[in-house]
Design a protein around this ligand. Structure first.
Ligand code: DSN
Length: 478
């Protein structure tokens, strides 16, 4: 395929859009410029391939396809069946999974599908049994009351939010925290690492129905074999949310005890983070949960997005190629080089380093909150996000941490030398940012001062760093 084809495809698409609403075409073009010019260090973002992006922009978006392959609630789904089956086949092969469900629209949706499947599989409920064998009309009001009582208030044990767990693992701002009686396991206060003995102790005391592994801000490998043993010892179903590190599993950087797929009963993921696919979700599971997982739509999901399933099939096919393994291992090389660069300049990192795609800087070492650091870096052309650190005194809004990750910059081709330069830019900005004060003289958690000349200089240096690594080099919208 010629590089010209990519350029022609996107230029033509914008021309068509411009004829209807030019401001949308302009915004799409402006987004490409912004993404090209900024040093994107958000650990959960990436750049999907042109083929993946193009697979989403077409008439598959017009089709309803509730149900599953070959068993739909709508007629005329033969082509949707083709792409859904392909995406599921690629997912099974790539991850060595018994079953793959590729309909979830996002990570939250994937987790809701998984929660439903586990509840339906595990909770002893005569009313649910009736409902499952499709005698829904036979259920009395008393049955429905019993069903709600029996399904509600089940127990979930997951990683605490400030230790790097995710909102959807039973935390109150998310519906999972309202559905489940949740307890969490944290990390060792000295090392910042998961203490598996403490997890086992919490599991013995709490006896969860579901033990959740996985994280969105923990910079280390997790031993899923040990977590499965803990789950088995208390009769819990073991679920892993691998949204952040699915690309490292796909690329065989995380193998053996660190690959969740052979150990967990059910694994959820997004497809757009380190896996580098379209924005969406996916569930992998053991055969005994497959039937419940496949009820995801319409049980908890709206109609599937066939255009996104087509893009998932493309991206998963890309991830099965040998060069994806090279990409995945470079993500970690870069993350470790970034961590080393920061440590050698005096930064304080949660756990003292990383063995995955992300680094968590404790910016209290610079006398800043996460919010102040995030904004000062943004002023300097460096896009990150603030994040809690374990036992964070500044809470989840202001935070004391900055989370950075390398999947996106690695896609552009930056390597370890550029990561050291990136560390220098981050350290320069953070050392030269000062925390501000409120009108009454008390310290502000949001106000900060950074010299605009310094911010401009760093932004130019960031652009220079990116210049040899153009984003979507074949695409010229001019
Ligand atoms: N919002 C994602 C992240 O940034 O980690 C997780 O849902």
């Amino acid at each position: 395929m010629s590089r010209n084809a990519e350029s022609t495809a996107f230029r033509s698409a914008l021309e068509v859009i411009r004829a209807v609403e030019p401001r949308v075409a302009d915004a799409i073009g402006a987004e490409l410029t912004d993404q090209r010019e900024s040093l994107k260090l958000i650990a959960s973002e990436n750049y999907a391939s042109p083929a993946t992006l193009l697979a989403m922009g077409n008439w598959f978006s017009d089709k309803y396809a509730e149900g599953t392959v070959g068993r739909r609630f709508y007629a005329g789904c033969q082509n949707v069946d083709t792409v859904e089956a392909l995406a599921a086949e690629h997912a099974r092969e790539l991850f060595g999974a018994a079953h793959a469900y590729v309909q979830p629209h996002s990570g939250i949706d994937a987790n809701l599908v998984a929660f439903w499947a586990v509840l339906a599989d595990r909770v002893e409920s005569p009313a649910l049994k009736k409902a499952q064998v499709r005698q829904v009309n036979d259920l009395t009001e008393a049955d429905w009351f019993a069903l709600r009582r029996e399904l509600g208030n089940q127990r979930m044990l997951g990683m605490s939010l400030d230790a790097g767990g995710h909102l959807t693992h039973g935390f109150r701002p998310n519906i999972s925290g309202k559905m489940f009686d949740q307890r969490s396991y944290g990390t060792d206060p000295e090392t910042g690492l998961i203490d598996y003995d403490r997890v086992a102790e919490a599991a013995r005391e709490f006896k969860p129905l579901i033990l959740v592994g996985g994280y969105s801000a923990y910079p280390r490998k997790v031993n899923f074999r040990i977590l499965r043993e803990i789950a088995d010892s208390v009769g819990a179903t073991f679920m892993v949310d691998m949204a952040h590190f699915a690309g490292l599993v796909a690329g065989k950087v995380f193998t053996g005890d660190f690959d969740p797929v052979p150990h967990a009963h059910i694994v959820t993921t997004t497809t757009h983070k380190s896996l580098r696919g379209p924005r969406g979700g996916m569930v992998l599971c053991q055969p005994e949960l497959a039937d419940q997982v496949d009820r995801g739509c319409p049980m908890v999901l709206g109609g599937p997005l066939p255009h996104v399933m087509a893009a998932k099939a493309v991206a998963l096919a890309e991830a099965r190629r040998p060069d994806f393994a090279d990409y995945a291992s470079r993500i970690v090389d870069n993350s470790q080089a970034l961590a080393e660069g920061l440590l050698s300049r005096g930064a304080k990192l949660v756990t003292g380093g990383t063995d995955n795609h992300l680094v968590l800087i404790d910016v209290s070492g610079y006398g800043l909150t996460g919010r102040q650091a995030e904004q000062a870096l943004l002023d300097s052309g460096i896009v990150t996000n603030r994040n809690s650190v374990p036992q964070d005194p500044n809470g989840a809004w202001y935070t004391s941490g900055i989370r950075i990750g390398t999947p996106a910059l690695t896609t552009r081709g930056l390597g370890t030398a550029e990561m050291d330069q990136t560390a220098e830019l981050i350290h320069t900005v953070l050392t030269q940012t000062t925390a501000g004060a409120n009108a009454d003289g008390t310290p502000s958690k949001a106000k900060y001062t950074v010299d605009p000349a310094l911010a401009d200089k760093v932004a130019r240096q960031a652009t220079d760093l990116l210049t040899p690594f153009p984003l979507y080099p074949a695409i010229d919208l001019a």
